[in-house]
Write a protein that binds this ligand. Structure first.
Ligand SMILES: O=P(O)(O)OC[C@@H](O)CO
Ligand SMILES: [Mg+2]
Length: 296
């Protein structure tokens, strides 16, 4: 029975007659599943099906009719702005003093969090908390970051996607772990673009009691749309960080993840869709108005 359902899925995706979201979500998975079918390896399929539950549950809800996406919430650092590299640079410099190296397993745990939460992870995980407290780390990091943030560049496809959704009347909000001062520094070269956001919820917002992966920030953002709170099932979130993807899922929302290629792929499983870049986003996958400018 399971094999029959799988065959139907694969066939439909091949013919591109099925809901586009399904095959776009799991192109690689489908490729490998196709080979499973050809060898009739049901056991392999079942094992993969268990580990890829999120992809299949999404396929199921697509078929049974999911609520349409009406609002979009963007993360900022590492998703819209190329700022994660600044944190990495500075943290490498600080750790080098202790003859330690900063790696992506630690990065994965810190990114997306509020500053003080990330700082605690940093000093504890690296074992330097006796020499440098989380608060001291933040003071030291701050000096370097405040010169780097104003040079922030947009990530590929960020401007195009925000402008497209705004032009089509899809309300967009921002939910970033960054606090107000950092937000202002990072966005100072991109004011006009960020002004297209219906609202912005920052990490130091009083309603955000706990940072990502707590759902606080996304639930606060859902409330602030016109006529909010908007039903979480109608909100699509864009995130780059494992903690951010979890936060959005904890809030009951759908998530497109655009991870840094250096992030371990085990973090991809929680997201509903994985993209290499915002340029790869196809609004039609989510029932949103399509781009008119194919080249941009
Ligand atoms: O939530 P974002 O915008 O990724 O910001 C978190 C930031 O503090 C750096 O990781
Ligand atoms: Mg981010």
């Amino acid at each position: 029975m399971a094999n029959a359902v799988l065959k139907a899925l694969v066939l439909a995706s091949t013919q591109r007659s099925f809901h586009r979201r399904i095959f776009h979500l799991s192109t690689n998975k489908l490729k490998s599943l196709r080979s499973d079918i050809s060898t009739s390896n049901l056991q392999t399929y079942k094992r993969k099906q268990r580990t890829q539950k999120s992809h299949f549950s999404m396929a199921a809800v697509s078929v049974s009719g999911k609520k349409p996406i009406t609002q979009v919430i963007f993360d900022m650092d590492g998703l819209l702005l190329d700022t994660e590299k600044f944190y990495t640079q500075v943290q490498e410099i600080i750790l080098a003093r202790y003859n330690k190296t900063f790696d992506w397993s630690l990065k994965a745990k810190m990114m997306g969090m509020k500053a003080i939460e990330a700082a605690r992870v940093f000093v504890n995980e690296t074992g330097i908390s006796e020499s440098l407290s989380a608060e001291e780390f933040l003071v030291e990091r701050e000096e370097m970051l405040r010169d780097l943030f104003p040079t922030s560049d947009l990530m590929p496809g960020a401007s195009r996607l925000i402008r497209h959704l705004h032009a089509k009347g899809i309300p967009v909000g921002l939910a970033t772990g960054s606090h107000r001062r950092h937000f202002e520094l990072k966005t100072q070269g991109h004011r006009e673009l960020f002004s297209l956001m219906h609202h912005v919820v920052l990490g130091d917002d009083p309603e955000v009691k706990q940072g990502k992966p707590s759902p606080d920030i996304f639930l606060a953002a859902a409330k602030r749309f016109e006529g909010g709170p908007v039903d979480s099932q109608q909100i699509l979130v864009f995130e780059d960080a494992p903690s951010g993807v979890l936060a959005a899922k904890n809030a009951g929302m759908s998530v497109v993840m655009v991870p840094d290629p250096r992030l371990d792929s085990s973090y991809h499983a929680t997201a509903d869709q994985i993209l290499g870049s915002l340029l790869d986003f196809n609004p039609s996958d989510w029932g949103l108005p399509p781009f008119e400018d194919v080249e941009n």
